[in-house]
Design a protein. Sequence first.
Length: 221
Amino acid sequence: MTRHDWSGVRERLSRLAAKRGAKRVFGADEHRWALEAPLSAEELADLEGQLRVELPEEYRSFLLRVGRGGAGPFYGLFPVRHVDGRWRWEGHGANRTSLDMLDQPFPHVEAFNPANPPGRADFDSVEEFETARQEYWEWYETTLDDPRHSIGLLYLCHLGCAHQEVLVVTGPARGQMWADSLTGDEGFWPLRDDEGEPVGFAGWYLRWLEETEAKVLRRTR
């Protein structure tokens, strides 16, 4: 992923916040178009030292030049904060980031789904299907939050109903944004741009900003 010039992002968000239709943008009632202060170089170094990993360039440059969290896609970016001597991301679902496992490589480059619910067509009788489904849900409840599914993933925002979008911090897909819809039995998959290429943090964030500006402008005409 390439470096990106983040100049003007805060000003664009301020202009959006002043528009009449801004309050109707999905998630705006939670992030309120506000960004928290950027990290200092010293704070970023301390954060990465605790994590034992260097964050992908596009995201770390955002932390340094734009903000540590706040206004962003869906319900906003989880802010990273220093609490009781420890850096961590805060927000609904932010605790799915396994801070002690971010330095371990996320192994996937293609969509995968550790959940595999049984289908009726796979069984000869309704009774067999119901038995398999009960066994599946018992397994599901014990493995859904297994951190081994999400090593190397930084959870950055939630979409509601426990669906989230994440940044791959380590591994062959480092720097890419992925979706986590494990709770909806859909698993994990890489987000892609209009050309079908994996999208990084900058493309993900700026696409949201551009699309939101267009929507708000249409509402105010």
